[in-house]
Structure formats: structure tokens, C-alpha cells
Ligand binder design. Structure first.
Ligand code: IFM
Length: 740
């Protein structure tokens, strides 16, 4: 047997029920259509069993809508000589689970002694096909070591799947006969139909007894056979899913698709699946020599982004927790555009295009939100799902006392999200040169968002300037603040760039400019107004000190010595309480530094240093937001603070693998995964773009021997190879090989 390659495989050597939810997240597999958490086939109490399929949202109280956990394809009950295979009983003699990031194959080898003393070797494998995204497969090899007896397998599709107790599915029909089964079901409110068709095959040297149990909402296939000590049987379960989002007849599609698969299907599906994965990694792999932990953590992050990335669907996006857990209910935040999207923009622009198209298709939801709030244009929701309407819950149970409810204001006043979408559009446009997308989709978003900002700005008569009151910036420890620098700067940036875009259109594509003028009733006077607002937006910058005040009155808040609170294992918000943290200067994430990262032209070196020095010791790096550390790492790189950069980077890299915040069980921190890629490529690799194209100023951590990464610029793939000759050495740059 081949040992798992530590540069590519995440491996677990013991069964740890206490960390079950965490490892279920880590061992998630997927293919951009659906993802399945790393639960065991046989099922255990307190597991968080889930398969999520992009776009299958259904209504739910309080959080409005959530991704519905779909009927489970993994379920497999194994009876060994009459005893249930279950790790809670008997004794686990050997356990190893491994996820191969090269190809998304999840394997588990278990030697198990049953309560009666029978020892069996069970070898499980599963994958969600990247070449045939509707199809998932698992197989198990069972070898009794010290006994001969019967093996009985029950393989069903369970229509009773729920979201931690909440049921989304209503039964439409089912059948189980002749070696296969199907289940047809529908979400209760959104009325999305789903069909699953499954087949079970078994290779054995003895006779096989076949049965089908047509249990309501749980069709099941049963096989029985005899086994002698040392002999093996192989079982394969193949499941095909279609929904009414894919086709108007999902049941026909699923049954036909299954019927067309060879029996058994594994070998013929494995090869194209593996080839597709090879192609994926060819465009985006990152190699780090000299730091095995960073190496595997980076590949793990990229794998998580890849398995969540919609390849065939431009009406869905990646939620904050990808498709890997119940956290945030599948809702989409700015995490996608600012943290995850750059990875796709620079390695797989077609996926970035799909993700941006999701925002285009949901423009009407954003228009509705703006209108409902008394503004013009489009105000994108802080949390988004199927329609682009706001789905942030207004109240949620308090994290420390679940009998109390907490008002969530982000959906009302965390408004920078709309600018973030425009920012991501611009980044995509620059990197790809995809004029067509901007002409036919991006421009409309831009103009409508600019309109929103112009109508949201408030004129301050006393100071003759525009201001934005009552907002929340990226640092959510502070709400209801005025003139958050990040928000104001991005309102100005959007308006300025919308004007530039408009004049580019009128110069180069006057017919399209005219179409927008007509469709959106865009008049020269309105553009003039945008110009006026943009010029007069207040930006809280002190030229004397070079400091940006995060929001009005921030410097007057209580200063807290965070060092004095160490060691700690919880966030500042849980130590001081929501109101208490609001009164301090402690940040959940580095608001001003994020601004400086995204708009580097805003601050000169002196000012960047001043802001870094001021805000860094006031940020809750470990237990605040998982979005912060990667950005903090990039800013440290820019200031030449390699050691600090590495510390922040590893904080991001470990977010899920080491469950730093104790909540990885809720799903992968997708923004952190995307931030890890940015920290490597834009931070240590020093890739940056300007009007002349791309440049590299590498700043590798001293112990990294080499960094290699790929990116795509204007349709050309590049491989950057940076051997490390020490910090900032000119040789490091001269020696770097760039190949096409
Ligand atoms: O979008 C983030 C936000 O910036 C901080 N709280 C969690 C959200 C989802 O990850």
C-alpha cells in the first residue's frame, strides 16, 4: 500500500469522536456542483451529516433561507456475520483516513474487532466526480480476517434528510427494484425538485441474495453473501442527482444518467475525474519548499475553493462556509468577491465570471433592497442567497446565553458590500481584459451601485461635505458609526470608477452607452451629481500623523492593552460583551489596513507604516474575524516585516486545519482559504499589477527555500518560480524564473 503523500494528503490516524464535527468539515469532498461532509457511511450520533448542492435553497424561520441538506448518498449499513459494523462497539485495531487533495479521493482503512471477536478489514473510498458532476461514488472492500460468515449490506437514499432538525423535503415518489432505486422529492417552500437514482453492485465469490426495500421515503437496496476468512468482497454504490434547477425533468434525467453508466462504474469514472483534477492543479498549484505545514495548508485551502466553485452554473455563488457546513446557511457575503474571487480571477477566470454573473443575475434583488430603504440604484444584500434579496437574520440567539436574542445590524447598515462587487468586477476586468462581460453585465452593476452611493450620501452643511452615517465597516466590533473610512473611501472609489467607465463606454462603445442611458434612465446631470458627491466625500485622514481614523470618534474610545489579556482563548467580544467591545478601540478585523490593501494608492509609505503601527496591536488577530490574518500578513510583507507576516499567514493557514476558533465544525472559512492564496501570491510572492502589467517583488519567509505559483494574466498562463536567496536579496529577484 502507498503511504499518503504529506504534501498532498490530509491524514488522520485515529478515530476521535470528540472532534467529529471538525473532521467532518476537513474531510469534505465535492465537485463544484455538490459537496458532502466527511461523515462516515454507517452514521453516528451527534454527527453533522450533510450534502449541499449549489442553489438548493429553501425557506426557514429567522434566517429566511438556507441551503437544504439533500437526501444522503453515503448511507451504508454493514452487517458482519449478524453484527452491525459500528466503531462505537467492539474495538478499533487500526484507523486511517486520508483525503488526497490531488484528486479529491477520500479513503478510510479500519481494522475492527466486533464484540464477538471477529476481526474485519474495511477499506472505504469515495469521490464526487469532477468530470461528471451529477455523479458520486463510494466503494468498500470487506475482508474478514479470523472468521467466515455472512455479509449483509443495506444501501439507501434517505429522503428524511434534515437541516439539524429542520425538514425541507416533501416526498414525490420512489421505487426500488432490479438492483437500482430512485427517490423523487421537493423542497417545501422553494419547490425545487430533486431526484436521486442509485445502484448497488457487489463482487463476491459466493452467491449473492438481492432484495429491495421500498420503505416510504427511504428506498433501500439489500445484498447478502457469504465470506470466508481472507477472502474479500467489493461493494460499489453509485448515485446520480439532478434538480429542477438543471432540467425540467430531473427524475428522467437522473434515471437515464444512471442507466448509461457502466456497471460497476468506478474505473470508467475515475480516469476522467482524475484527469480533470490534474488540469485544475496545473493552473493553480502553489509549491512551497522548506515548510511542509505551509505547503499542505495552502493546498488544502485551494482544494476547498476548487470543490466549492460552480463551473457550470452562473446563478450561484460560494457561501462564506463554502458547501461544507451549516454555518451561515450557505449565505454569500463579501467573502466571495474580496477574499475568494481573486484566486479564480487569476487562475480560472471562467469560474470568476460565473461568480460575478451571480451578482448580475441578482441585481433586481439589490434594486429591491435599495428601494425598500429609500435609496436609488442597487444596494446588494449583506447576506445573499437565491434571489439577491437581503437574507441576514435580524435577530439571532446570543452566543453566550441562547435564551437571549441579539439584534444583527449588518443586513441594515454594513453597506460596503455593494462597492466590493464593483471592486471585484474591476479586478476581473483588468486581469482578463474581458470587455464583453463589462459591456453586457458589469457596467449595469457599476452604474446601479454608483447610484446607490450617491443617494445614500448625506450632505453636511456645516462642513460642506458628503458623509455616510450609521454604518458598520469591516470591523464589526463597532456598529452604528459615522464616516467609516473604508466605507467612505469605497463610496468615492465606486462613483469615480463608474464615471470613468461611462466615459470609456461613450468613447469606445457609444451604442452600448446609449442603451444603458435608455434602460437605466441615466442622464448627464446624474453623472455630474456623482462627480460632485465623489469630490466632496469626507475622508478622515490626518496629514500630520498620516493616520486614518477608522470612524468618527474612534480615537476617543477606550484603549485596551491586548497583550495584558494574554493568554486568552476567546474573542474580545466574548470577554467584554457586544456593547463592551463596541466602547473600546479593539478591532475584529483590520479595517483601515484592509482599505490600504485594496486601494494601495491611498497611502504613502510613511502613512502605511503609521496606520500599521497604530492598528496592529489593537486587532483581535486570533479570535476576531478569520478574514483578518491573511490581509494583515500581506500588509506586513509590504512593510518588510517578514516574521510578523509569517505569523499572521500561519494563523490564516491553520484556521480550519487546527480549528483555531473552535467553529470549523460549522464549515470551512472560505474567505480565509482565499486569503491564504492572496497572502502567498500577493504577499510573499509580491505579485502586483499596475497600468504596465504585472510585477513581482518577492519577500519570502527566510526558511522557505522556494515558492512556485501559477497565475493567468490577459489569457496567458504564467508560472513563477522563486528560489529564496535570503530576505530581499536582489539575486532572489534576478533568479526568479518566469515561464509561459
Ligand atoms: O463577512 C464576514 C464578516 O466580515 C465578519 N463576520 C463573518 C462574515 C462571514 O464570514
Amino acid at each position: 500500500m502507498q503511504l499518503p503523500d504529506p504534501a498532498w494528503c490530509i491524514t488522520q490516524n485515529s478515530w476521535e469522536p470528540a472532534h467529529q464535527r471538525h473532521s467532518e468539515t476537513i474531510f469534505t469532498i465535492g465537485n463544484g456542483y455538490l459537496s458532502t461532509r466527511g461523515v462516515f457511511e454507517e452514521g453516528y450520533p451527534r454527527e453533522s451529516r450533510a450534502t449541499f448542492l449549489h442553489g438548493v435553497f429553501d425557506d426557514v424561520p429567522i434566517v429566511f433561507t438556507e441551503l437544504a441538506n439533500i437526501p444522503d448518498w453515503l448511507e451504508l449499513t454493514i452487517l458482519l456475520d449478524g453484527e452491525h459494523y459500528c466503531l462505537n462497539m467492539g474495538e478499533v485495531l487500526f484507523f486511517e483516513r486520508s483525503l488526497d487533495l490531488r484528486n479529491g479521493l477520500l479513503t478510510r482503512r479500519v481494522r475492527w474487532r466486533s464484540p464477538q471477536g471477529n476481526i474485519t478489514l474495511l477499506e472505504f473510498e469515495r469521490f464526487a466526480s469532477l468530470a461528471d458532476s451529477h455523479t458520486t461514488l463510494l466503494r468498500v472492500k470487506i475482508t474478514p480476517e479470523n472468521y467466515s460468515g455472512t455479509v449483509e449490506i443495506h444501501a439507501g437514499i434517505n429522503g428524511e434528510a434534515d437541516n439539524e432538525g429542520y425538514k425541507h423535503w416533501e416526498w414525490l415518489g420512489q421505487a426500488a427494484h432490479n438492483g437500482s432505486l430512485w427517490l423523487h422529492t421537493r423542497t417545501r417552500a422553494s419547490q425545487i425538485e430533486l431526484a436521486a437514482a442509485a445502484r448497488l453492485s457487489l463482487k463476491s465469490q459466493s452467491d449473492i441474495q438481492m432484495e429491495s426495500w421500498n420503505v416510504h421515503n427511504h428506498p433501500t437496496l439489500v445484498r447478502r453473501t457469504a465470506l470466508r476468512a481472507g477472502e474479500s468482497i467489493e461493494i460499489e454504490k453509485v448515485v446520480v442527482y439532478y434538480t429542477s434547477r438543471d432540467t425540467s425533468h430531473p427524475l428522467d434525467a437522473a434515471r437515464q444518467h444512471l442507466a448509461e453508466l457502466p456497471n460497476p462504474a468506478w474505473d470508467s469514472l475515475w480516469r476522467p475525474h482524475q484527469e480533470n483534477w490534474e488540469k485544475e492543479w496545473q493552473t493553480c498549484d502553489v509549491e512551497i519548499e522548506g515548510d511542509p505545514e505551509a505547503q499542505i495548508a495552502v493546498r488544502f485551502s485551494l482544494f476547498q475553493l476548487l470543490i466549492a466553485a460552480p463551473r457550470q452554473d452562473e446563478h450561484v455563488s460560494i457561501g462564506a462556509k463554502t458547501l461544507s457546513g451549516y454555518g451561515y446557511r450557505g449565505h454569500v457575503f463579501w467573502d466571495t468577491e474580496i477574499f475568494m474571487l481573486p484566486f479564480f480571477t487569476y487562475t480560472q477566470p471562467a469560474i470568476a465570471r460565473n461568480l460575478l454573473s451571480y451578482r448580475y443575475h441578482n441585481l433586481d434583488g439589490a434594486r429591491r433592497k435599495a428601494r425598500a430603504n429609500g435609496f436609488e440604484g442597487a444596494q446588494y444584500p449583506w447576506e445573499s442567497a437565491a434571489t439577491g434579496d437581503e437574507v441576514t437574520p435580524t435577530w439571532v440567539p446570543h452566543f453566550a446565553d441562547r435564551t437571549k436574542m441579539v439584534r444583527i445590524w449588518t443586513g441594515d447598515i454594513e453597506i460596503h458590500i455593494s462597492a466590493m462587487i464593483c471592486y471585484a468586477l474591476c479586478q476581473y476586468w483588468k486581469a482578463t481584459g474581458d470587455d464583453h462581460f463589462i459591456l453586457h453585465r458589469g457596467a449595469e452593476i457599476f452604474f446601479e451601485v454608483a447610484r446607490f452611493w450617491a443617494s445614500r450620501a448625506e450632505w453636511n452643511k456645516e462642513h460642506s461635505r458628503y458623509e455616510f452615517h450609521d454604518v458598520i465597516g469591516p470591523d464589526e466590533y463597532h456598529d452604528h458609526v459615522d464616516n467609516n473610512a473604508f466605507t467612505n473611501a469605497f463610496a468615492r472609489w465606486t462613483l469615480q470608477n463608474a464615471i470613468r467607465l461611462y466615459s470609456w463606454l461613450t468613447r469606445n462603445h457609444p451604442d452600448i452607452a446609449a442603451t444603458y442611458c435608455e434602460k437605466l434612465h441615466l442622464m448627464p446631470a446624474e453623472l455630474q451629481q456623482w462627480q460632485d458627491v465623489a469630490e466632496k466625500i469626507y475622508f478622515p485622514y490626518d496629514p500630520q500623523t498620516g493616520l486614518i481614523e477608522q470612524f468618527d470618534g474612534y480615537f476617543q474610545r477606550r484603549d485596551v492593552d491586548l497583550q495584558a489579556l494574554e493568554p486568552r482563548s476567546e474573542s474580545i467580544q466574548s470577554i467584554f460583551g457586544i456593547e463592551g467591545a463596541n466602547l473600546t478601540q479593539v478591532l475584529k478585523q483590520p479595517d483601515v489596513l484592509m482599505l490600504a490593501y485594496l486601494l494601495p494608492e491611498l497611502l504613502d509609505e510613511r502613512s502605511l507604516q503609521a496606520n500599521y503601527d497604530y492598528y496592529t496591536p489593537r486587532t483581535d488577530h486570533t479570535y476576531g474575524s478569520s478574514l483578518g490574518p491573511s490581509i494583515q500578513a500581506i500588509m506586513a510583507c509590504r512593510l518588510g516585516k517578514q516574521e510578523d507576516a509569517y505569523e499572521h499567514f500561519m494563523r490564516a493557514a491553520r484556521a480550519d486545519l487546527r480549528d483555531v476558533r473552535g467553529n470549523a465544525g460549522d464549515g470551512i472559512h472560505g474567505a480565509s482559504a482565499g486569503g491564504v492564496w492572496q497572502a502567498v501570491v500577493f504577499g510573499f510572492g509580491g505579485l502586483h499589477m499596475d497600468q504596465h502589467g504585472w510585477h513581482i517583488v518577492p519577500r519570502l519567509p527566510s526558511h522557505w527555500k522556494r515558492l512556485k505559483f501559477h497565475f493567468t494574466w490577459r489569457g496567458h498562463p504564467y508560472l513563477i518560480d522563486l528560489p529564496n536567496h535570503g530576505p530581499f536579496s536582489s539575486e532572489a529577484q534576478d533568479d526568479s524564473r518566469v515561464s509561459l
